[in-house]
Design a protein around this ligand. Structure first.
Ligand code: NAP
Length: 698
């Protein structure tokens, strides 16, 4: 049996995906040696056509006779199957509020008052205070008090006063605040509602002119809170960026309706108001950025574009790390002639990942000039000196890729100024210094390596999410100033780099990772676009399908609104050993009741779909509609054949499209065998020479 993965007719109409399988193919040697202009012809016989599938037999001929016979070519349309990983970006979309506003005096609302609170903090206080009993809280208050046991109350944290620091100081104070709330166990009884202004939200609609410092600091806080929300889901943490242009009355109404929605199952956890309109954050496929690419099997992107030619060198910070070296390779393959790899140590980051070999090939066999520089990018004096050296020695700087970074994972309550600073320094401060000191260079490309941990949050990575969110905000800011700016949110990468170097115990699920081949494809695609006229959304996320599918299944707390527009079929998991086999030598599957067969078929389907045991599977629903693709169908046929020791063709899902049909069929096969008939062999239309004879007659 030749199992085809499927095919599609047109890159722009994904519904053209079809699953196909072939029962038998016979290839003959071509016998015609004359000039036939390469023409072949043939005939097809329709064996069966139903609403769901079509089976054909084919014969293909040249002038000398039959070249190929193909029997039982069966195909059926599939729901479009997204690629293993693709590009997404989080965008803000208008979404009216559907829930009720918080009823007056429904339960206590505590508004936190931070030192140095500003006019806006008071606006929030007054807005909520107009209808509610408000308890002002300060960091060192005993926040429990007699309302501690209240079944439900809200802590509103207005973070509107950022000061002038764009660095980690504001972040540290917010961290301290969140920790102090958590330590006092407030989170278990109260929902937390953080209010910010002027940073997150649709960038094309500015509320007030907020400075870059304010935006970066607030965005970093949002990054931190995304991880905090996952670490302490019970706190029901929601964030809103308020419309500071709105009148106090309207502001109160907006706040109360959001506060009222926290804790509801369909609540949006990230909301922004702009000019009276409510926006929620949504993950959206970056379809327009897959220009000129094809999508076949695991190849996400393929670029057929001319390489970008930027004068001057490409500077890669973190260039001697895993992703830094892969980036250097991608740039050289795109035609960049001079690359400068920067790190503090001046040596490759890890042994055992083949990084030395990659560096050697780049330096000796790529044809490009590949230099190594030492510099701590978190240190301004060193950065300025580095940039001067590179400009002088390489006739300028054309491209900056900021890939320097470290991780220092810790539970939120254990994070401190040191763990924040350690991650923030190379990433956020480094990005800021590179941004500031290359404004004179007229760069064609300014790319920063962020992480999906900024997009989705990641338990244990509050500091890292914050630093990456800072990069994302900087890319947006640069674009708003007509400067090149792109932040790529990578998932875990296998093979090289920091995720690959992680301890076995904390290693990330391989299904949630991409390999270096995908990294290169994405880089080539995005770098080509960034250096051409085509505009790229400032923040691009590379998201493996499994991340989305698993998030949808597990109902992670940020999900209700965020992923609702994305249709992702559950990813297949290999059938686990818990899917028991009934085959035992001599007595395979004998005596199994209909119900037992049905349960086992269902268990196998679940396992392939990656569905939780708690979720019901509709036995009458078509398996393909549940997300079973052609590969999974073949795997299902093989697994069930082994389990029950019956022979099932790979087209079994077309023949028996539901769990009920399939179970019935397996059961009847088992009954037939125990009656002495032996296992049925799959029906086949194949008869040697039949089709050839028919075509000859025609
Ligand atoms: N690998 C992944 O799975 C993954 C996933 C998402 C995002 N990312 C991001 O992608 C970037 C590259 O990751 P990677 O896996 O390639 O990391 P890596 O292999 O650990 O390399 C990091 C590089 O950064 C350098 N570096 C660290 N601090 C520096 C500083 N202050 N100044 C200059 N250089 C510094 C390191 O060299 P020295 O120690 O010698 O300075 C090293 O060369 C990081 O920003 C990371 O956050 C990676």
């Amino acid at each position: 049996v030749l199992q085809l993965v499927g095919f599609m007719g047109d890159a722009y109409s994904p519904e053209a995906f079809v699953a196909a399988s072939v029962e038998r193919v016979i290839l003959h040697q071509a016998r015609w040696e004359g000039d036939n202009d390469g023409h072949i012809w043939g005939g097809a016989r329709i064996v069966e056509v139903t609403a769901n599938r079509c089976i054909l037999d084919f014969v293909v001929m040249d002038h000398g006779g039959v070249v190929m016979e193909l029997y039982g070519f069966c195909f059926a349309q599939l729901k479009p199957q997204p690629p293993d990983s693709a590009l997404y970006s989080a965008r803000w979309v208008e979404r009216a509020h559907v829930g009720k506003a918080l009823a007056a005096s429904a339960f206590p609302v505590r508004v936190m008052q931070l030192p140095g609170c500003c006019r806006l903090d008071n606006v929030v206080l007054e807005a909520v205070g107009a209808t509610h009993e408000v308890f002002s809280l300060a960091l060192d208050n005993n926040m429990g008090g007699h309302h501690y046991n209240s079944a439900k109350s809200f802590v509103v944290v207005p973070l509107l006063h950022v000061g002038s620091s764009h660095g980690s100081m504001f972040l540290e104070s917010v961290l301290e605040l969140v920790q102090s709330l958590l330590k006092q166990d407030l989170s278990k009884h109260h929902h937390m509602f953080v209010v910010t202004s002027g940073a997150e939200g649709p960038s094309e609609i500015e509320s007030t002119v907020w400075g870059i410092d304010h935006r970066l600091a607030v965005s970093a806080v949002w990054g931190l809170l995304r991880s905090a929300r996952l670490e302490v889901p019970v706190a029901r943490l929601a964030i809103t960026c308020i419309d500071t242009d709105a009148k106090d009355e309207l502001l109160a109404q907006q706040l109360l309706q959001e506060i009222g929605a926290v804790g509801c199952s369909d609540a949006a956890y990230e909301v922004a108001y702009r000019r009276g309109t409510r926006f929620v954050r949504k993950l959206t496929p970056s379809v327009e950025h897959v220009i000129g690419s094809v999508c076949i099997g695991k190849d996400v992107l393929r670029v057929d574009r001319p390489p970008p030619r930027a004068p001057g060198a490409a500077l890669i910070t973190g260039g001697l790390g895993g992703l830094g070296l892969v980036t250097a390779e991608a740039l050289v393959e795109l035609g960049v002639e001079r690359v400068v790899l920067v790190s503090r140590s001046g040596t490759v980051k890890y042994g055992g990942q083949g990084l030395e070999e990659r560096l050697r090939k780049l330096q000796q066999a790529s044809g490009a000039i590949v230099a190594v520089e030492r510099c701590d990018v978190g240190d301004e004096v060193s950065v300025v000196a580095l940039l001067q050296r590179v400009r002088k020695e390489h006739s300028g700087i054309g491209v900056v890729v900021h890939a320097a970074g470290v991780i220092a994972d810790k539970a939120l309550v254990e994070q401190n100024a040191e763990s924040v600073h350690c991650v923030f320094g190379p990433k956020a401060t480094g990005a800021w210094l590179l941004h500031q000191h290359t404004l004179v260079d007229g760069l064609r490309c300014f790319v920063m390596f962020s992480s999906v941990s900024s997009l989705l949050g990641q338990p244990g990575q509050a500091n890292y999410s914050a630093a990456n969110a800072f990069l994302d905000a900087l890319a947006q800011w640069r674009q708003s100033q007509a400067l090149p700016g792109l932040s790529i949110q990578w998932p875990a990468v296998t093979g090289v780099g920091m995720a690959a170097a992680m301890d076995e115990r904390v290693k990330i699920d391989a299904r949630h990772s991409v390999d270096t081949r995908v990294v290169k494809l994405v880089l080539k695609q995005l770098l080509s676009l960034e250096t051409t006229e085509a505009s790229v959304h400032a923040v691009q996320a590379v998201v493996p399908r499994s991340v989305i599918a698993d998030s949808q299944l597990s109902g992670r707390v940020f999900l209700p609104e965020f992923l609702s527009d994305i249709q992702v079929a559950p990813t297949r998991r290999s059938v686990t050993s818990s899917t028991k086999s009934v085959t035992s030598p001599g007595k395979p599957g004998r005596g199994l009741q209909r119900r037992e067969v049905s349960e086992m078929v269902e268990a196998t389907v679940r396992s392939l779909l990656g569905t939780n045991a708690a979720d019901a599977i509709d036995a009458q629903a078509p398996l393909m509609d549940m997300g079973l693709d052609s590969m999974a169908s073949a795997e299902l046929a093989i697994t069930l054949s082994n389990q029950f020791a019956v022979q099932l063709p790979s087209t079994v899902v077309f023949d028996f499209p539901t769990v009920a049909d399939l179970s019935e069929h397996v059961h009847s096969e088992l009954v037939a065998r125990s009656d002495g008939g032996g296992a049925h062999s799959p029906k086949t239309n194949w008869q040697p020479g039949l089709l050839r004879r028919e075509v000859s007659e025609m």
